[in-house]
Design a protein around this ligand. Structure first.
Ligand SMILES: [Mg+2]
Length: 221
């Protein structure tokens, strides 16, 4: 058993970086929105069935994966000629916590650790989710990658975050559901890393490759 597999040594951690979608919030909403709702609306506009629309959209989504544009409401609104901001707003009732996440944040608050939300979500997508669920009350700071000009998957992002918001990577925990994000953070030197096994409550637990997995954030503390 490696040191990473042992329970987290909380006395060696000052700062907790938390991902939003798939870590604190159920990815069920985002998966449904992009794989069902957007193809449906795009199909209506272009006279396509949902399956045809999905087939057309899949390579366009794939080409942007891991790039900031993939997470950008404005990029997709323009690219697909759909008002993504408005579509999300109409469906906001479906935005939900992953089970136990809000309770975990309350417990984390009592530990006195610094809690930063670090998300690839567009600032407006974050704002909508915060309006629905009130994430910000549990955070000491919230950082969207968009103003920093690089996504968390990129090696460029982490030094940029460090410049605007100093933290000690050796005393920092990152919790995320994205393997490319965890790999970039590890390469940068973030010492403690945990991967979420069930980002979407409809799906069974996933393999978390070289990272220690937890079913949900509630298992961390
Ligand atoms: Mg995520």
């Amino acid at each position: 058993m490696s040191a990473q597999e042992l329970p987290l040594p909380w006395d060696q951690i000052d700062t907790v970086l938390l991902d939003m979608d798939g870590t604190l919030l159920d990815l069920k909403f985002d998966n449904w929105f992009w794989l069902q709702h957007v193809p449906t609306m795009y199909g209506l506009r272009h006279g396509l069935t949902v399956d045809q629309a999905r087939e057309q959209l899949a390579p366009r989504f794939a080409a942007r994966q891991g790039q900031l544009a993939w997470y950008c409401i404005d990029h997709w609104s323009q690219e697909l000629a759909l008002d993504i901001r408005q579509l999300k707003h109409e469906q906001r009732q479906q935005i939900a916590w992953l089970e136990g996440a809000a309770d975990f944040l309350k417990r984390l608050q009592r530990t006195g650790k610094r809690r930063w939300l670090v998300t690839n979500a567009h600032p407006d997508a974050y704002a909508l989710k915060n309006d629905q669920l009130g994430l910000a009350v549990y955070m000491d700071a919230v950082y969207s990658t968009h103003p920093l000009g690089a996504p968390k998957e990129s090696s460029e992002f982490w030094p940029r975050l460090l410049r605007v918001a100093p933290f000690d990577p050796a005393r920092t925990l990152l919790v995320d559901d994205s393997l490319p994000v965890l790999r970039a953070a590890q390469a940068f030197g973030i010492r403690w890393l945990r991967c979420i096994r069930r980002p979407d409550s409809r799906h069974p637990p996933r393999d978390t490759a070289e990272f220690v997995g937890v079913d949900a954030v509630t298992d961390l503390l």
